[in-house]
Design a protein around this ligand. Sequence first.
Ligand code: FES
Ligand code: FES
Length: 192
Amino acid sequence: MNQDVTVSMKVNGTEVSRTVEARTLLVQLLRDELALTGTKIGCDTSTCGACTVLVDGRSAKSCTLLAAQVGGAEVTTIEGLAEERGERLHALQEAFHRDHALQCGYCTPGMIMAACSLLDELGDQPTDEEVRAGLKGNLCRCTGYQHIVDAIQSTAATHGSEGPAGSVSTAAAGPGNAKGNGPAGARPGGAR
Ligand code: FES
Ligand code: FES
């Protein structure tokens, strides 16, 4: 028997409320109810990280959370990073573009959201190894990862310990976090 629940949360700064089936995942709410299709679905095994968003500032795989679990929270998707109605890109978005950190782009929204959280955790001088370890829950089938690491490193170097301009505050990863479900020990460059 399906049961409907009414879920309210703040998404990209706007209060939203929807009545959905209790089994609705956060990623389904974002994509199907709110038309925020920048958040991708790349697997059904909680492995790829394409669905990564920020929940109360923490990177989270939105396919691993029920929408009802996120009631009252503040959710940020890739659409919420750019400022001025999308006219001014977030520093990480600029860096991914400038440093050729994407090819097909399917992993990119999740990768950027994970990187946003990661930079707040690691500060202004992370090592490549720390960046790779931090992104182990986000898979890319195209780039070979080095350009992704370069883009994140250049953002860290440019914006220092204050974090990338326009970043939302983040904290250590929590339930459903984007770091925990990837292949243990895999480096983002594992698909090279
Ligand atoms: Fe692959 Fe969420 S869709 S981890
Ligand atoms: Fe194609 Fe990453 S750019 S999957």
